[in-house]
Design a protein around this ligand. Structure first.
Ligand code: PGA
Length: 251
């Protein structure tokens, strides 16, 4: 059975003052089958990891460089995130694909770098509104998965997040049928490529305007093992109920 994962992506939000949210989240106490992760800006990873030590909250990065080290001003290596206390890293988020022109091939390299550093990679895929309207959603998501995920994927080192670009930060969400269709397709692709065992053990997250008010119905969709949450992860009052809904959803 796959452990569920509620992952928060703070994006470029938050400083020392926002670390108070962690204390509140640590009281959330998810069931053992449900994990809780926050990926804050890189400047907060070490401090958040210190605060979370010994508790149920895990801490992750939002990106890493494909190289282990070197002359890359402003970049962060996966091993540096691990050294700061991170256990996970988000890779290939659509904002990075758009803002920084990240290709599937680059995300593939970054995923390998994350694995070399012992991090779990949360690889993001998802279609734009134009692609959905053109009926290309499954092809786009499948192509991104094929290009971004290296061969050595397992349930222990990989999480895949389906995040329709048009649902991120917009308040729009796909129907539960649409989410179910994409997640079932993703599960089938993972099984075909990595075999039934590994394909069944990789967690699939839905992301895009997840809130306390829609979490329960999204978590009831087959092959949705959790969520990648942006805006609603910034406040424990919003993220806590999402974690609770995931814990209660049972799997
Ligand atoms: P959102 O962002 O929850 O604010 O829509 C999700 C994400 O980009 O991971």
């Amino acid at each position: 059975m796959r452990r569920r994962l509620a992952a928060g992506n703070w994006k470029m939000h938050g400083g020392g003052a926002e670390l108070a949210q962690v204390t509140a989240l640590l009281a959330a106490q998810p069931t053992p089958e449900c994990q809780m992760l926050i990926c804050p800006p890189a400047t907060l990873v070490a401090r958040m990891a210190d605060l979370a030590k010994g508790g149920a909250l895990m801490v992750g990065g939002q990106d890493c460089h494909p190289a282990a080290k070197g002359a890359h001003t402003g970049d962060i290596a996966a091993s540096m995130l691990a050294d700061a206390g991170a256990t996970h890293v988000i890779l290939g988020h659509s904002e990075r694909r758009a803002d920084h022109g990240e290709s599937d091939a680059l995300v593939h390299e970054k995923t390998r770098a994350a694995w070399d550093a012992g991090l779990v990679a949360i690889v993001c895929v998802g279609e734009t509104l134009a692609e959905r309207e053109a009926g290309r959603t499954l092809d786009i998501v499948g192509g991104q998965m094929a290009g971004s995920i290296p061969d050595a994927a397992t349930g222990a080192n990989l999480v895949v997040a389906y995040e329709p670009v048009w649902a991120i930060g917009t308040g729009l969400t796909p129907t539960t049928e649409q989410i179910g269709e994409v997640h079932a397709h993703m599960r089938g692709l993972l099984e075909a490529r990595f075999g039934a065992d590994a394909g069944q053990s990789v967690r699939l997250l839905y992301g895009g305007s997840v809130k306390p008010t829609n979490a329960e119905e999204i978590f009831a969709v087959g092959d949705v093992d959790g969520a990648l949450v942006g805006g609603a992860s910034l406040k424990a009052d919003d993220f806590g109920p999402i974690v609770a809904a995931l814990s209660a959803s049972g799997g």
